[in-house]
Design a protein around this ligand. Structure first.
Ligand SMILES: NC(=O)c1ccc[n+]([C@@H]2O[C@H](COP(=O)([O-])OP(=O)(O)OC[C@H]3O[C@@H](n4cnc5c(N)ncnc54)[C@H](O)[C@@H]3O)[C@@H](O)[C@H]2O)c1
Ligand SMILES: O=C(O)C[C@H](O)C(=O)O
Length: 312
């Protein structure tokens, strides 16, 4: 198994580090445009192999895509992150060109790869990757919902004062401050509905905190987060390479499911060796469906910008 991570910055390097530690591949390539950075980070990681006990061979490449040849999975994290006060959508002008260029280059050497898109604005970058690559839709997966759900579970666990690992919680819709939809109705602690354990105001605050989870971290860090995003990307890669058939909320192309078409948006999907294999229907109620439709409307507006940018 060969995996490439494009972008050796905060998220890419963290994701690669988790992939190596969990031995998800025999070969892992980190690629960046910054001279020597991916090689340096790869070597640093290799020097943890005997300390942490893994055999994945990690190498770096400065812009040489031939080193990524025959990758089974490619994770795209290249692009600028937001700064405090910015939205993810503000990044489109820079990141669309970067993501398009990366997809084109990867395809020259790894035509059979499954793509995991992390660069922001992620829903639109996933749509761009789908259109630019012309690949079957199941091989293009945007990562956002896994991260947002893990933040949702984190805030729920803090409100309930219980371990986050005993909580179930899912966020669907877009990966934006106003477009994501924490599904409070489906949140449970060991099967007990969260609404029975938390009052309505607390549950609402948990959902609101989840939605601005990335912005909160950006305010604290001065740039956006990387530990949870990197780990979430690696978890998605793990489900693919181990053919786990796990259900994760991911950004995928909808063709009528959840009432939407010609858009990539976050819904629960089965993940396995073929990429995303099936969409799971949560049967949203009217209020949730209305939020989902509004989320789609906002993402569609962003997707239209891709035409102005002449990348689709
Ligand atoms: N989807 C998510 O859940 C999620 C979570 C966190 C971050 N992000 C996004 O991921 C992206 C990366 O964030 P980060 O914190 O790692 O930023 P970063 O600045 O630390 O790293 C980005 C890296 O991309 C590299 N890069 C730029 N252009 C490139 C190109 N053409 N080819 C290869 N590499 C290139 C840069 O040199 C840099 O090393 C941002 O767009 C951020 O918003 C998304
Ligand atoms: O918040 C960001 O801009 C980065 C990422 O999308 C996140 O949710 O951490």
């Amino acid at each position: 198994m060969k995996i490439t991570v494009v972008g050796a910055g905060n998220v890419g390097a963290t994701c690669a580090n988790v992939i190596a530690q969990r031995e998800l591949a025999s070969e892992l390539v980190l690629l960046d445009i910054k001279e020597g950075v991916s090689e340096g980070k790869a070597l640093d990681m290799m020097q943890t192999a005997t300390l942490l006990g893994f055999d994945t061979r990690v190498t770096g490449s400065t812009s040489d895509y031939s080193k990524t040849a025959d990758s089974d999975v490619v994770v795209i994290t290249s692009g600028i992150p937001r700064k405090p006060g910015m939205t993810r959508e503000d990044l489109i002008g820079t990141n669309a060109g970067i993501v398009k260029g990366v997809v084109d280059n990867i395809l020259k050497y790894s035509p059979k790869a499954i793509f995991v898109i992390i660069s922001n604005p992620m829903d639109t970058m996933t749509y761009l990757a789908l259109k630019a690559s012309g690949l079957p839709k199941n091989r293009i997966i945007g990562m956002g919902g896994i991260l947002d759900s893990s933040r949702f579970k984190c805030y729920l666990s803090q409100a309930m004062n219980v371990p986050a690992t005993d909580i179930h919680g899912v966020v669907v819709g877009g990966h934006g401050d106003t477009t994501m939809i924490p599904l409070t109705r489906f949140a449970t602690y060991m099967g007990i509905p969260a609404a029975e354990l938390l009052d309505a105001a607390t549950l609402e605050k948990v959902a609101a905190d989840t939605m601005v989870g990335g912005a909160t971290l950006t305010g604290l860090l001065g740039t956006s987060a990387w530990y949870a995003p990197g780990a979430a990307g690696a978890l998605l890669v793990e489900a693919i390479v181990r053919d786990e058939k796990k259900v994760y909320p991911c950004c995928v192309a909808l063709d009528g499911e959840y009432g939407q078409k010609d858009i990539c948006l976050g819904v629960p999907v089965v993940i396995g060796k073929n990429g995303w294999e099936k969409i799971v229907d949560y049967k949203l109620n009217a209020e949730e469906q209305e939020k989902f439709n509004k989320s789609a409307e906002a993402v569609r507006k962003m997707n239209a910008v891709l035409v102005d940018l002449k990348v689709v």
